[in-house]
Design a protein around this ligand. Sequence first.
Ligand SMILES: NC(=O)c1ccc[n+]([C@@H]2O[C@H](COP(=O)([O-])OP(=O)(O)OC[C@H]3O[C@@H](n4cnc5c(N)ncnc54)[C@H](O)[C@@H]3O)[C@@H](O)[C@H]2O)c1
Length: 364
Amino acid sequence: MKILVTGSQGYIGYPLVSMLHARGHTVTGLDTGYYADGALYAMDWPESVQQIWKDIRSVEPSDLEGFDAVCHLAELSNDPLGKHNEANTYAINHAGSVHLAQLAKAAGVERFVYTSSCSVYGVENGDAFKTETSPVHPLTAYARCKVQVEADLQAMANDTFTPTFLRNATAYGPSPRQRFDIVLNNLTGVAWTTGVINMRSDGTPWRPLVHIADIGQAIACVLEAPRDAVHNEVFNVGHSDENYQVRDIVDIVAQTLPKCDVSMGNSDGDDRSYRVSFDKIATHLPGFTPAYTLRDGAQQLVDLYAAIDLSPEDFTFRAFTRLKQLRHLIETNQIDDRFFWRDGVEHAEPAISGAPRVSVNSLY
Ligand SMILES: NC(=O)c1ccc[n+]([C@@H]2O[C@H](COP(=O)([O-])OP(=O)(O)OC[C@H]3O[C@@H](n4cnc5c(N)ncnc54)[C@H](O)[C@@H]3O)[C@@H](O)[C@H]2O)c1
């Protein structure tokens, strides 16, 4: 299959490209490169994979020609980014995504996989376990955009255009384009670099979590599934046993790094709390079997930190916290107020080659 992966220089997208390539697909990446100067460790980029450096808002019909499928990951990827600039969040995450899907459909691309999020469920009101048919309750601009893109793309589905919506749980796990602003990566990273596990809530909120390799597997399974199994379908991506309260996540980190102290910090203002059912993906998506538990992921991250000798400077490097990096790009005048690169400024050259080489359990 000829596949265009947008967000190919991001946390999930970078290893996804290698995974799809290894499964025999012909892959092209597209990304504007906001975080391209961050490389936690080196991972080979398959030689035959072409990378297009472009903003999704500037994509033209010719960029979509000849592809069988688009996997769309290129968005501002969390609530803090959404809050920082709501207008840009709508322009990229909603309008940009719909623009991309319209061009894909017009170019005859048959499959479109959209990476939505379980954060569309917001809080536990009503059902204890949210299913794909539960009412959505988005709390933020980021989550509202996910809901709007799903609705707009669902209306575009027809005999020749098959969108599929993957509502991913919160991700964890190692990636060259690491994110330390998501819960397990953050807790393990703070613990490793300071000796303290910092719980920034009362520990009661519920959160489903999923390894990024399992998100990649779900994307691959959707692409490879018979059309009828995935046409205009929504799937929660994760495993029903992998819903945790924040205090359980802290316990797992404490067991993985037993010398660390646990401290109670101030709330980080994240009000989300939801448990999610992953029964539909387990029973209806051919071939999908999640390979990781949160405990495996915590151990794998700690093994990585040991292998690369993760320092406090590495951990706090701006590119590994998405909001910090965008603020840096704004303050240094590299991107304008609409988050386009300024004339003459381009994304930083990908910094992967100089990063330490480690084997991350042959993950991808
Ligand atoms: N990581 C998670 O926990 C999680 C959970 C649920 C859903 N998702 C979704 O999965 C997708 C990927 O998430 P991620 O964690 O890899 O995020 P990320 O921020 O690491 O990667 C996003 C990539 O998209 C690129 N991008 C952003 N705006 C762009 C634009 N206008 N044009 C072109 N490229 C652009 C960035 O440069 C970046 O490389 C996102 O849509 C996110 O909302 C992620």
